[in-house]
Design a binder for this molecule. Structure first.
Ligand code: NVA
Length: 304
């Protein structure tokens, strides 16, 4: 990963995904490496953020680096200035760019015009830092990653796509339950299928949430209305109305299943009022682990 961009889980070979989880696990328990000492980062955020922004800012400081936060109002990615110009300017001052964008293409454009690594802090296509934090959380609770059944209920969105790739890379079985028109995009699915075949793990789509949840080790859900999909809100709420994760649905999961959600969580939509506080919920471990997973990603890319 050294010196490389991280736009997709697929930027790492399958073995690299497991190694990164191990690195995050050990950094979380380690004592204060400072691999980013003297390094500067630009954090470009076109969309709102709590977890990603704070965990990157805190993580960069913990590892000895410094960062400058730039909102869409400041930068105007592709609006006030083209990505090509922004990339070539930032390249002269900072050591890395961390960007949250509407279009994945904006990230690709940044990488085309700068020599410094770019890290995807969420695009419409993927949320790879989330997936790495999720694997760390699963590993901490289950002590393994392979041969687990991960059920993702709802939209085959950016979070589902990165998680499918991550699960396929480590030999975990991944099932998405979604309406037919809301599956993981073909471009992601193709690579996830290749990885799952290598590991002899399953990668499946079903339309019925109950079919995905049966015997699941992890039940995962995310918003039905991702940032950028707001215009489709009413339509999506109607289409996904049978996909709420609630206490009755998770009864057929394994007794020691984990409930996961990357948050923000919309109670009464993708999850019932009580699921965040369900005895099997690990959502706040997940939130914490964003920091540790990202620290491992930054250390792997930017250590001298
Ligand atoms: N799928 C959600 C994730 C939020 C962290 C979104 O893109 O808005």
């Amino acid at each position: 990963m050294k010196g490389k961009h991280f736009l997709s889980v697929a930027d790492l070979p399958s073995e690299g995904v497991a190694q990164l989880v191990e690195r995050a696990y050990s950094m979380k328990r380690g004592k204060g490496e400072r691999p980013l000492a003297g390094k500067e980062f630009a954090l470009i955020f076109e969309k709102p953020s709590l977890r990603t922004r704070v965990s990157f800012e805190v993580g960069i400081r913990q590892l000895g680096g410094a960062c400058t936060y730039l909102s869409q109002q400041d930068v105007g990615l592709g609006v006030r200035e083209p990505e090509a110009d922004i990339a070539r300017v930032l390249d002269r001052w900072v050591d890395g760019i961390i960007a949250r964008v509407f279009s994945h293409r904006s990230l690709e454009l940044l990488t085309e015009y700068c020599d410094i690594p770019v890290v995807n802090a969420l695009s419409d296509l993927e949320h790879p830092c989330q997936a790495m934090g999720d694997l760390l959380t699963i590993y901490e609770h289950k002590r393994r990653l392979s041969d687990l059944n991960i059920a993702f209920i709802g939209d085959g969105n950016n979070v589902a796509s990165s998680l499918a790739l991550a699960c396929a890379s480590v030999g975990a079985n991944f099932t998405l339950a979604s309406p037919e028109d809301y599956q993981i995009p073909a471009v992601v699915l193709e690579e996830a299928r290749r990885r799952a075949a290598d590991k002899e793990s399953k990668l499946e789509w079903v339309s019925e949430p109950a079919a995905a949840v049966r015997d699941a080790d992890v039940v995962y859900t995310d918003t039905w209305v991702s940032m950028g999909d707001e215009a489709e809100k009413a339509e999506r709420i109607a289409v996904f109305s049978d996909y709420t994760v609630d206490e009755a649905l998770v009864e057929s999961a394994k007794p020691d299943f984990l409930f996961m959600h990357d948050m923000p969580a919309y109670r009464g939509q993708e999850l019932s009022e009580g699921m965040i506080d369900h005895p099997r919920s690990v959502v706040f471990d997940q939130a914490e682990n964003r920091l540790h997973a990202q620290n491992a990603i930054l250390a792997a890319i930017f250590s001298d």
